[in-house]
Design a binder for this molecule. Structure first.
Ligand SMILES: [Zn+2]
Length: 149
């Protein structure tokens, strides 16, 4: 389960809506909030990141691809560590598409990180789902998103 305070969830969705009609993305920082289950995590901060994908052709543009630059990732990781936290997830939008991971999403994902995908239709965030890659790396499993005050 991924627990996100409502103000952070709103910060995330506003960023994704602002990026429409392109994919937008960012990083979720936090910690495990359960003594024995590391898959139960609480988000403490949302790091907004620019989509660094550079179009290679018309079929793969920022309309359907995103990239978080390694520099941004390392910077977020260092900042999180200083506060005693970790990167617990990555989020991105699917403009005018369902919040289902694509084959590209699967091939670029790592186990142990939540992948939150938000469907943004006509510039409005409509649906958010979170996915964890299986350790075999062959498929995602959905995890529950819990919003808290
Ligand atoms: Zn995607």
């Amino acid at each position: 389960m991924l627990t996100i305070p409502k103000p952070l969830f709103e910060k995330m969705t506003r960023h994704l809506e602002a990026g429409y009609p392109y994919e937008a993305c960012g990083i979720l920082v936090g910690e495990t909030d359960h003594p024995t289950d590391p898959r139960t995590r609480l988000v403490h901060d949302v790091v907004l990141v620019a989509n660094a994908w550079e179009a290679v052709n018309e079929r793969e543009s920022q309309h359907n691809r995103y990239l978080i630059s390694p520099d941004e990732y390392v910077r977020a990781d260092r900042a999180a560590s200083k506060r005693g936290w970790d990167i617990v997830g990555v989020f991105h939008s699917h403009p005018d598409h369902p919040s289902q991971p694509s084959e590209m999403d699967r091939s670029q994902a790592w186990p142990g990180i939540s992948y939150v995908i938000v469907s943004v239709c006509d510039g409005k965030a409509t649906n958010a789902r979170s996915w964890l890659l299986r350790h075999e790396r062959d498929a995602f499993e959905e995890e529950e998103i819990r919003l808290v005050d």
